[in-house]
Design a protein around this ligand. Sequence first.
Ligand code: IMP
Ligand code: MG
Length: 185
Amino acid sequence: MLQPASVAQLMGGRKIARIVLEPEAIRARVREMGREIGAAYPEGDLLVLGLLKGSFIFLGDLVREIPRPLQVDFIVVSSYGSDTVSSGHVRLVYDPETGLEGKHILLVEDIIDSGRTLNRLVELLGARRPRSLAICALLDKQLAEGLQLKPRCLGFEAPHEFLVGYGLDHAEDFRHLPFVASLAE
Ligand code: IMP
Ligand code: MG
């Protein structure tokens, strides 16, 4: 169990409203997801593609629970427009060096909100002729309408609050928290 004093020490004065996912719950679910992914890809080359930066901790834990050969790469996208509302105008800032053609691509995202970023990425990556393309997300706010690809694996449904920790940030803070919490106003 998390101790309030150690949580306060991590937060440096910012208050959280509540802890949404404890480290133990995340660990147990990520382990299950790793097993599910291993079973879902009985053969072929698997490339686990992390969408930076939010997925970095989740991806690091997840790939160590997938009991099969795989490769890891990352993509970095930049969205234009207002930074609070995702605009759907997405540009690849870092393009994976690993070829995608003929491989199973598992795109790993921290949290799905409007789904616009993912929709655009599915178009971009689908054009690279992968053998298959699927999405794995730690969290989903279940608000996305018209998502071209529903996540093939999902960790948890997310409450409709602003969440931080385990890779998720608020203005680049709080990514290092070992739990997911909602931020107090
Ligand atoms: P979408 O394109 O609206 O689905 O936006 C998804 C991206 O917005 C995620 O990859 C996160 O970087 C960010 N995001 C959405 N909701 C949250 C949240 O509650 N906390 C932190 N980041 C979030
Ligand atoms: Mg972010």
